[in-house]
Design a binder for this molecule. Structure first.
Ligand code: NAD
Ligand code: TYD
Length: 344
């Protein structure tokens, strides 16, 4: 099988590509990524020289480019991770979220129809369900929870999901969707809560906690997400949405204190800052459907996953220091353009 994985130079996409390239040597994986600020080819270094892996630079919203690529490569399966993914950036500048997350998705859907892919999988988020109250720990997001978004980011992801469903119902495109809770693990860009706090704490810098720090997220180790997507693609029912999460709810303050404790830094580094606009209070997934239908269970809980993650960031300081200095953006030039492997 030939897979087209979009956004494979980002956090989750790179973990997915590295996992799949190794697990399925008989399958081919094309990693298509625009290399925005969030794309970093160092994330896929371990796949770079594998015979069943290829990188292509491009924009999922560029129709001509996407149709040419599908014509040339004829992928069997499309897995769409490519997105603008940071809520705070979406509040500053929503337009690129519409372009990449909505128009990019419909462009991929059109090409998938035209060239007859056997599966289109959309990587979505639990943020499409809005938020839950803090005082109702009995409530969880199920696949039947109505779409009720808060931020421009979540609205763009929900809009994309609606198009994916429409292409199934209207044109019979064989689609699946997964809505996952907050991920953490290696290669997460240090603008997101956990890597931001690890990098700042090790440098004795202040840790900015939004509002009262009581907001709750349901944390899933990235590899458990990747394994769930693999299962959905191979065994999931066409036309269905699957929620992915492992009942690991923590308040932001608990997460930040866990990080501080692990790197031996004082809680006095915590600084409360102005709250995010429209800040969702609590996310929590009910994973019963994927557990019962596909037998998925996460292998990490928050305690084991966060310990592994913090250790990875401590062992790979160069990786995030290159990001903070901006050096990682030279990687494509050095490894691909200068070596004549691709034209820009
Ligand atoms: P990320 O920001 O780390 O990576 C996104 C990748 O997409 C980058 O490599 C970027 O270069 C690429 N990209 C952006 N615009 C593109 C375009 N127009 N064309 C081609 N490539 C483009 O994001 P992530 O955290 O890895 O998230 C991946 C997907 O998973 C997203 O769709 C996101 O909505 C979803 N998701 C993320 C989380 C999470 O906690 N991070 C949870 C649930 C779902
Ligand atoms: P984030 O990692 O941006 O993920 P999301 O908004 O998609 O859940 O943020 C996770 C939580 O941490 C969210 O409630 C906002 C909060 N947060 C802070 O308190 N301080 C920060 O500097 C950041 C980036 C996030």
């Amino acid at each position: 099988m030939k897979f087209l994985v979009t956004g494979g130079a980002g956090f989750i996409g790179a973990n997915f590509v590295n996992y799949m390239v190794k697990k399925y040597p008989e399958d081919m994986f094309i990693n298509l990524d625009k290399l925005t600020y969030a794309g970093n080819l160092e994330n896929c270094k371990e796949s770079e020289n594998e015979p069943n892996y290829k990188f292509v630079k491009g924009d999922i919203a560029d129709r001509e480019f996407i149709f040419d690529l599908f014509e040339k490569e004829r992928p069997d399966v499309v897995v769409n991770f490519a997105a603008e993914s940071h809520v705070d950036r979406s509040i500053e500048d929503p337009e690129i979220f519409v372009k990449t997350n909505v128009l990019g998705t419909t462009t991929l859907l059109d090409a998938s129809r035209e060239f007859g892919v056997t599966r289109y999988h959309q990587v979505s988020t639990d943020e499409v369900y809005g938020d839950l109250p803090l005082d109702r720990p009995d409530l969880f997001f199920t696949e039947e929870t109505p779409i009720h978004t808060s931020s421009p980011y979540s609205s763009s992801k929900a809009a994309a999901d609606l198009f994916v469903k429409a292409y199934h119902r209207t044109y019979g495109l064989p689609v699946t969707i997964s809505c996952c809770s907050n991920n953490y693990g290696p290669y997460q860009f240090p603008e997101k809560l956990i890597p931001l706090m690890i990098s700042r704490a090790t440098a004795d810098e202040k840790l900015p906690v939004y509002g009262d720090g009581a907001n709750v997220r349901d944390w899933l180790y990235v590899l458990d997400h990747c394994k769930a997507i693999d299962l959905i693609i191979r065994h999931g029912k066409v036309g269905e949405t699957y929620n992915i999460g492992g009942h690991n709810e923590r308040s932001n303050l608990q997460v930040v204190k866990t990080v501080l404790n692990a790197v031996n830094k004082p809680e006095s580094l915590i600084t409360y800052v102005q709250d995010r606009k429209g800040h969702d209070r609590r996310y929590a997934i009910d994973p019963a459907k994927i557990e019962n239908e596909l037998g998925w269970k996460p292998e990490e809980n928050f305690d084991t996953g966060i310990a592994k993650t913090i250790q990875w960031y401590l062992d790979n300081e160069d990786w995030w220091k290159n990001i903070l200095s901006g050096d990682y953006q030279n990687y494509f030039q050095k490894m691909y353009v200068d070596k004549g492997r691709v034209e820009e």
